[in-house]
Design a binder for this molecule. Sequence first.
Ligand SMILES: N[C@@H](CCC(=O)N[C@@H](CS)C(=O)NCC(=O)O)C(=O)O
Length: 284
Amino acid sequence: MTQAIRTSSSFTMTTTTPRIRLLGPAWTRTFRCIWMLEELNLPYDLDERARPVSRHVTRFHKSGKVPVLLEYDHVQSEASHVDWEAFEPSFALYESVAINNYLADTYGTHLNPPLIPPPTLSRERATYDQIVSCILSELDAQGLWVYRKVTPPLCQFFDGPIPKAATLSRKQFDRINRDIFQQFLGDKGPFLLGEYFSAADILYVHCLDWAKSMQWHKPDEDAGSHFWPEPLEFYRQNCQQRPAYQRAKVLRDASTRRQAEFERKQQEKHSRKEKVSEDRRSKL
Ligand SMILES: N[C@@H](CCC(=O)N[C@@H](CS)C(=O)NCC(=O)O)C(=O)O
């Protein structure tokens, strides 16, 4: 796994621009921040060795969760190779939404329309906050994340499979997804805030991609609920056309392949261990 150094010719570096480093593999929620950085055309260093709960992450965020954004005011922006261990960041920030808000507020002020409504447009900003809070707490945390933790393969690291929680989380996702779509897209749109694409769309499309990767666009008999109408899929695909999404996707696809290989090897190791202890038990 390498540290990719992403630079963009369309962003003009100034001496005051800190060197930006993003911790976390692109197959994780880190994708949201990669997409934002690409929208802003900012140069950044993506550190994919920083797997969740690895020492690369816990050094800056005790819970080990990714993404984490680091800014280094005193690292030369042009240096192609940096020994990161030798520097302390000037600023560290976790939580994907906090990171994207900070990036858009700090580096996106020249954009018209902006990627998030500026705080001076207080009602628009409040609506933006409402939508992202809802997506984060209802769709992500109570829907997708609960499901991941109570179903294979991830449940082996928690309390094993919990089918009732899996059904509940799926129902939760469908209900809130329907509400969001009907209130903000439906006969409105084409984006969550109306006419213009925003960071709320980055978050929502990432959650929809994640849901689709778990086949949640198809009806589920156990949950008995389902919401994935054609216009929702059209909205998702429309956002995916953005060049910034496409660049971020290239990174995510490669990262997903590496992760699949890693999980396959972990599973093999696990099965070998199980077999050894089974053989031992049968000899007793
Ligand atoms: N609300 C956080 C969630 C971060 C999170 O849970 N990230 C996952 C990877 S996508 C992680 O690092 N999990 C490790 C763990 O929960 O121990 C965000 O949006 O940044």
